[in-house]
Design a binder for this molecule. Structure first.
Ligand code: MG
Length: 385
């Protein structure tokens, strides 16, 4: 029996690499549904190559074009978020890979969980904005959430041999991004192009900027808390520029288990899609003698204030991380448009967190409302800056 996969965000970086994994294992997987926002041409190409059953092009301006191209192939074409929520719940879907950009992916992820679909989670915002609710739902509907983020996949892999022993500490590794060795003055003057040059990982623009501010690591700390049920004081961020160790778990006796590999997102993707099987992959393998040495540093919360904001949001709980995430999305978009300086991103996030209305035990509706309110609050601050 082939595993039938829905990919939300198939034309993005994670989506394309997931299809490459599937391309190497067509005997194991079937592509049921592909969802993209705007990249109509690539979506058409993917749907034809993988003979998808259906696609959703979220931006309806591209609907006619996609329909005209795929209808002759008997591939169903839909548009809009409601279609995504309906289709992920279909009987012919076994697993949903959530790889959309931004908060808007939360609704469809919740729909997939409520339909009892296994989740391969690449969409960080799901747990950052609504971790308590989503984990509760996953338990209620008995849905496995398999992490795709490389650090969380690493922790998940380390725990496979843990025999149920509790986690003493998680050591979450961070590459440090392109500005790891830059002075605060140089970082303050960093341009869009500087920030988009990630040393190790090839990723989309939003997450690459988040890596440069280290907000990405902050989001991952929050993600780790929910996925593995550990308190923030048990999560230690360690800068590891080589990105060979993808994260580590420490136990009560001081033993530390690390997961390593060449930095290539297809590895954690194959682990989630094929779980519990490990699939062969045509990726680069580690050559330890060629690597020579690995290095580790403590993170610098002063030069990277976004990271401490994430710890603050986690401490505060409730809807604080949702507000933080919304402000960060607005600020990163403004930075990419050239309307905000690099440190302006953290400033916008900080001020929005201060100004946002706090809800201690938010419902999903509260989360949607917080996201909207915090996003527009952040946009007003951006205008003033
Ligand atoms: Mg990561």
């Amino acid at each position: 029996m082939k595993r039938k996969i829905a990919i939300l965000g198939s034309t993005g970086s994670i989506g394309r690499q997931a299809l490459d994994v599937i391309r190497q294992h067509k005997d194991l997987f079937e592509v049921e549904l592909l969802v993209a926002n705007n990249s109509a041409d690539l979506l058409i190409e993917q749907a034809v190559e993988f003979d998808a059953n259906a696609v959703v092009i979220c931006n309806d301006a591209h609907y006619d074009k996609v329909f005209a191209a795929l209808d002759p192939h008997y591939i169903k074409v839909f548009t809009g978020m409601d279609s995504v929520c309906e289709l992920v719940a279909g009987d012919n879907v076994d697993m949903v890979l959530t790889a959309m950009v931004g908060f808007s992916g939360l609704r469809s992820t919740v729909a997939a969980i409520k339909a009892g679909k296994a989740i391969a989670l690449a969409h960080k915002e799901t747990l950052v904005a609504a971790g308590a609710i989503v984990m509760r739902l996953a338990e209620e509907y008995k849905v496995p959430i398999l992490p795709v983020d490389s650090e969380h996949s690493a922790i998940f892999q380390c725990l496979q041999g843990a025999g149920g022993n509790p986690i003493e500490k998680i050591h979450l590794t961070a590459s440090g991004g392109p500005f790891r060795t830059w002075s605060a003055e140089a970082i303050a003057a960093a341009t869009r192009d500087d920030a988009l040059k990630h040393p190790n990982w090839s990723m989309g623009a939003k997450i690459t900027i988040d890596s440069a501010t280290m907000m990405n690591k902050g989001l991952e700390v929050i993600e780790a808390k929910w996925l593995f049920g550990v308190e923030p004081d048990r999560i230690n961020v360690v800068v590891h520029p080589e990105s060979v160790i993808h994260s580590m778990v420490e136990f009560a006796d001081g033993a530390v288990i690390a997961q390593m590999g060449h930095p290539d997102m297809r590895e954690p993707i194959q682990y989630a899609l094929g779980y519990p099987a490990r699939l062969s992959l045509n990726n680069k393998k580690l050559d330890f003698a060629a690597i020579g040495s690995l290095s580790f540093y403590a993170p610098d919360f002063k030069r990277f204030p976004s990271l401490s904001l994430a710890f603050k949001a986690l401490e505060k709980g409730g809807n604080a991380a949702c507000a933080m995430n919304a402000a960060n999305e607005a600020a990163v978009a403004a930075f990419l448009r050239g309307e905000l300086g690099f440190y302006g991103i953290a400033e916008v996030v900080r001020r929005t967190m201060e100004g946002a209305e706090f809800v201690a035990d938010p419902t999903l509706d509260d989360i949607y409302a917080t996201n909207e309110a915090a996003y527009s609050y952040a946009e007003r601050i951006i205008e003033k800056l």
